[in-house]
Design a protein around this ligand. Structure first.
Ligand code: NAP
Length: 294
């Protein structure tokens, strides 16, 4: 029940109608029985600063950030974690005495299903398809895992060079190589972890895969294939990789786990990840499963 004592959390974006965060956060809040509510806020980019000041004025406890505010929020924060600085984007903000603090829980969300596999990553070769926003969290995640090599594959040489440069002074000290798509066939046979961070294969274009049939043939049998896309589930890319014997991880778990990490920050307590996962599976009409590992 919402009362005069109920504390406010929320998510900002523009548009915000498609955000799945209110579904999973309010499901967790209900299960925990804590006196909070999590609301969607549609904030036009020109109103970001006044909205954030307004959130302080109304005593909002914290908020999630989605497109297009993940970078623009940075100058409005009094403190930013090293991981968010390195990724160049903030997705979770909370109140402190000094103002708003921010971090990026996408990295933790990405890592959660990989950590469940309990592998030794020190000799692992990671190949990341795409060099947009999500790719940055994946690069930071592969670095945190301790991968021996991190390769990023993109379609635009100039953007790839900029991507590479942006990591050079990173507080995380990340070492990576960038490649255009034509080099992918050389990278695939040695890849232990292959991550799709492009939107290729996302609904409604469910018949598309970021890999050509010839590239699928180059996948090794000891591969972990990870698609950040969560609808459809599984994607064609994951189906192809599974047919080659790979372990397949879908994007739903990253979504759930980045949300769980944010809720832990706000509530300072453990949160029911299974309830969050199940609420999204139900909302998206996906079959129930206890984890993302397929
Ligand atoms: P983004 O910033 O727009 O980056 C997309 C990247 O994919 C860019 O490098 C883009 O290349 C590349 N790309 C787009 N179309 C392509 C194509 N036809 N062929 C090859 N490369 C292509 O998007 P984002 O925010 O990183 O999101 C990417 C995907 O990850 C989306 O599907 C999103 O839903 C998913 N995602 C999932 C989670 C999760 O929690 N599971 C979190 C974040 C994102 P150019 O730069 O050359 O255009």
């Amino acid at each position: 029940m919402i009362t005069g004592k109920t504390k406010l959390l929320g998510v900002i974006g523009y548009p915000i109608e498609h955000s799945l965060s209110p579904v999973m956060h309010n499901a967790a809040i209900a299960r925990l029985g804590v006196d909070y509510v999590y609301l969607p806020f549609s904030i036009h980019p020109k109103d970001l600063k006044s909205a954030v000041n307004g959130f302080a004025a109304i005593g909002l406890q914290g908020f999630s950030i989605t497109i297009p505010h993940k970078q623009a929020i940075l100058p409005l924060l009094s403190e930013v974690t090293d991981v968010a600085t390195a990724v160049g984007a903030v997705n979770t903000v909370w109140r402190t005495e000094a103002g708003w603090s921010g971090t990026n829980t996408d990295v933790e969300g990405f890592l959660a299903p990989l950590r469940e596999l309990e592998r030794d990553w020190s000799e692992a070769v990671a190949v990341i398809l795409g060099n947009g926003g999500a790719s940055r969290a994946v690069v930071a995640g592969c670095h945190q895992l301790g991968c021996a090599e991190i390769h990023v594959v993109g379609r635009d040489g100039e953007k790839l060079e900029e991507f590479l440069k942006s990591w050079m002074n990173s507080p995380l000290g990340i070492n990576l190589k960038v490649h255009t798509w034509k080099n992918l066939p050389e990278l695939l046979p040695n890849a232990n972890l292959l991550v799709n961070t492009t939107p290729v294969g996302m609904a409604p274009q469910v018949e598309r895969s970021p890999l050509s049939p010839a590239e699928v043939d180059l996948l090794s049998t000891h591969l972990i294939a990870y698609d950040l896309i969560y609808t459809p589930n599984p994607t064609l890319f994951l189906k192809q990789a599974k047919e080659k014997g790979a372990i397949a991880l879908d994007g739903l778990e990253m979504l759930v786990q980045q949300g769980a990490a944010a809720l832990r920050i706000w509530l300072q307590q453990d949160v029911p990840v299974d309830v969050m996962r199940r609420s999204l599976q139900e909302y998206l009409g996906l079959p129930f499963s206890l984890s993302a590992i397929g």
